[in-house]
Design a protein around this ligand. Sequence first.
Ligand SMILES: Nc1nc2c(c(=O)[nH]1)N[C@H]1C(S)=C(S)[C@@H](COP(=O)(O)O)O[C@H]1N2
Ligand SMILES: [Mo]
Length: 203
Amino acid sequence: MPVTRGFFRRRPDGPEGRLPPDQYDVGGGWPVLTAEATPGIRLESWTLRIDGLVDQPTTWTWDTIQQLPKSAFHGDIHCVTTWSKFDVSFAGVSVDSLLSAAEPQEEARFVIAHSETGYTTNLPLADVTDGRAWVVWEYDGRPLTPEHGGPVRLLVPHLYFWKSAKWISRLELTAEDRPGFWERNGYHDRGDPWREQRYEGDQ
Ligand SMILES: Nc1nc2c(c(=O)[nH]1)N[C@H]1C(S)=C(S)[C@@H](COP(=O)(O)O)O[C@H]1N2
Ligand SMILES: [Mo]
């Protein structure tokens, strides 16, 4: 029987300890996982807003966000459907630089990432600060393609990839946790792949 290379799951081949529990290395491809139709977003009309519990609600355009210090991520991403992808490179800006402009208030504890499409995901503020989250528009040195969230997506690589909202348009800071799209549909509130927090009720 002919075997199509790359069709079957590869065995973990990364350095020891690099693959979170029950994940596999997807290899060279990059699956697309989207709940909604891929929107066509023009750079001229794209904006990103930070609001909610901030002293300086701020809106960036494509031109103004480029003026922030560029920041890159090189590492691995992990989807809850069990694929992990090693050695990806993204570039954009750190969420820290956006937050330092918006000045979060003391009561702010959570962030809701809103996509242009209406998709949402919730994160503790502590998971998007200290250099652990980015808003990115480049993948491997090229513009992020629309099916992968282009022109601009959120990137929170230390959590399952559903937290990395594609087509990001707004970061809303709140005092209370407010479950997003997948979190209301049975997925874990935080989604740490190393603790295997896949579903509601997992530790
Ligand atoms: N707006 C939006 N963002 C999203 C999703 C989505 O359906 N809509 N899917 C999430 C999930 S489950 C994953 S695994 C990743 C997939 O990103 P990719 O399609 O670039 O691999 O995006 C996340 N961000
Ligand atoms: Mo996912």
